[in-house]
Write a protein that binds this ligand. Sequence first.
Ligand code: FAD
Length: 299
Amino acid sequence: NSFLLPARAATRARFSFEVFPARSGAAALALGHAVQHLSAADPDFISVTYGANGSNRDASLDLVAYLRDHTDALPLAHLTTVGETHEAVRAAIHAIMDAGVHDFLALRGDPPRGLDEGDARVAGSMSSWELVRLISEARAERPPLTSVGRTAVAAYPNGHPLSRSRSEDVDWLVAKQEAGANLAITQLFFRAEEYLSFVEEARAAGLTIPVLPGLMPVSTSAQLRKVASLAGRPAPAELTRALDAEGGYAPELGVEHTVSLARELLDGGAPSVHLYTFNRHEQVLAVLRELGLLTPDPV
Ligand code: FAD
């Protein structure tokens, strides 16, 4: 029955990961170990955050280059415009492309520490769809030699704090597609319905690009609170209670919740899952193993 295998493999859902630059030497060693395991799982890509929570932007470029040079995974570089001049953003795009990486997640970015949305440097930043356009221009000047040249953008199933309605988020996402984006990755959320209804509305408004649901298996109550603040919705009461009952630390509960959410999403038509790893491989690989997505089943 071995001739059946390729067909089964082709219908298997895919997955990708997100990591962030390490903030200390010890964390960098641990991350080097984690990305080897993540890469061995054969993801579609591993994305690297940029300047999030005040992290060092050069460290982000270093990690992208590390993934390219020392793993088999395709790196996808997040890039933000907030507080940057047009020239500085162009230079960052070129530096990433010169490092042999042509896949991006184009973002406006969160306001740097100490600034808020009202600050002129934040409000006057280049928008994410302008960044999408700039990446396409740079790509036309430097055709990709090794990678496929994805331009991903962010999507917000529960709304971005700046938006006043879901239709504004949908219209904004469609505008990013029109500017040249060919993939969307969502902000974290807890309930499948939030993603599925958002995608349905976006499709009705003309969105055709794949929308990858962003999922994070949490280990601690503190991580759960962080996800809730990003998701813009309270965490499921059952999960909060169960984590608290374990003293605030229970990685297996995060895995369990993510597996059941991912099943609902894939059954509902999600093309793949994008897993926020928190720079650890154990939990996300446990999720994929449980979903049967890790390796072909031994015959
Ligand atoms: P945009 O897509 O430009 O805007 C977000 C929303 O704001 C829109 O959906 C729209 O509703 C509204 N909006 C904005 N401008 C207008 C307008 N002119 N008119 C009407 N509505 C408007 N941040 C980092 O700093 N580094 C990272 O590496 C990073 N990675 C991320 C990865 C993912 C998958 C996600 C979802 C977010 C990430 N972020 C990161 C956070 C992101 O930068 C912030 O959410 C930021 O506030 C918005 O950036 P954006 O590109 O999504 O914005």
